[in-house]
Ligand binder design. Sequence first.
Ligand code: GLC
Ligand code: CA
Length: 558
Amino acid sequence: MKKQWWHNKIAYQIYPKSFNDTNGDGIGDIRGIIEKLDYLKELGIDIIWISPIYKSPFVDQGYDISDYYSIAKAFGTMEEFEELLAKAKKRNMYIVMDLVINHCSNEHEWFQKALSEPDGEYAGYFYFEKGKNGNPPSNYRSYFGGSVWEPIEGTDKYYLHSFAKEQPDLNWNNPKLKKELFKMINWWLDKGLAGFRIDAIMNIKKNLDFPDYQVDGNDGLTSITKMIEESSGIGDMLQEMKHETFEKYDAFTVAEVFNMREDEVEDFIGDDGHFSTMFDFSAHSLTFGEHGWYDSKPIEFNSWRSAIFESQTRCQGIGFLANIIENHDEPRGICRYLPEYALNDAGVKMLGTTSVLLRGIPFIYQGQEIGMRNCHMQNIEEYNDIDTKNQYYSALKAGLSNEEALDVCYVNSRDNARTPMQWSMEKNAGFSEGNPWLKVNPNYLQINVEAQINDENSILKYYQKLISLRKSEEYGEVFIYGDFCPAYLDKDKVYAFYRKLNDKKILVAANFGQDDVALELEKENKEVLLSNMGRKSLPFGTTLTLKSCEVVVVLYLK
Ligand code: GLC
Ligand code: CA
């Protein structure tokens, strides 16, 4: 593998609306990010991905962009953004923005022009299609529920939206549109951006015949993913984008890729791949329900471990995955992957260790480093997310009671990860002096940065140590370039692997079970590099007994 500047970096995702509000309007802002740069530096972060801060009507929290060239007023000004870039650079940190180019907002001027002239030039920036026999052009269900086709008033046409109807899909078959997008990407890179997180990118390639598929739900529709999975040729589009933009700047790109064929890893993240890296969603995908959140499945340890280990093995020697336990589209990772008995400091540290020391680029989501948890909402009005509301109503429709539907949201809602960052014990967790746009999790009195920053045993301090071990001069190379080799697969509830490079060998072993478990170690001399239970050395002999929720990182000495 060719060495790249971003191989040894640690990334952190900021959900700006909920990160830090400095002017009391209840919404996090750019100034708030600037204020916390030192906090992130201290944690060991190099790359900061900021979810969308472009101008937007916020139907889907900024993933509906109405002007790609301006910053939403609620977040601040372009000058403040430039200040952020400069201050990050001064600290050797890199800023990465979200790139949402499968769709824009219905308030974008392109779409407004298209509506006012449905046969004109701008209609060609979108998918304006005639219906079939009085029906929409096809029977696809959008990701947020309902048909992907919305009638265009005063015409016999419909426009396509893979997500909400306020997010019309952009037509990537139109060379003019592509040129506009590439120009915009380069404009940001010229400003000094280090790269992009690329949103929902697999959706840009469509089958232009829009064939119907067999209905798969009681709404008479079928998931749009079938059409997406059957369309081929996305590679050419992605390569063109890369050559016209990212490549010229040596930019870092991390893509949101679902539905990739297994034999395409190299095309996507190999040396000449479309992207630097892509998220590993193999664990998240295990929870998908057939009809939605109401029939989503809990994580079962063995399938979870296999999913991650398979992804790791598949990408070995080809490229780097971006490893996460959560993001702004998922509930909190500790609530999803840890059983009830492990929802404690030790368990949280254990899960963090097994994620951060995998092969790939670690991404930490805001609040993960202090063990933030899912948030109980009393009623559906307390939620804000468009997807959560849709999922709630479809759960009711499927026969669940109000309480059951709320439980489903508690387990799955994206708002679980979007509640304000818990900085301190002060009002609103120190996030805002005004009225936060989304409820603050009442557990902020126990879980907050201020309480943890001076406590040597806290989750936050542990994350600092974990990251600094990963980046250390002695072992950094092993964690970056070392092979990933599964270990102790025959042991129930043990999540263990080696990282190996040349003559260095490091074992990461965690006990996700409720009982002690004994592992037979190899005879060589060894040393403990990190432990979540204060273990300083290994017992005499070769048997290591791990307590429930214990993780240990062991160096084998040659
Ligand atoms: C991606 C984003 C998600 C958004 C969707 C539509 O999945 O991560 O938050 O709702 O794309 O842009
Ligand atoms: Ca604000």
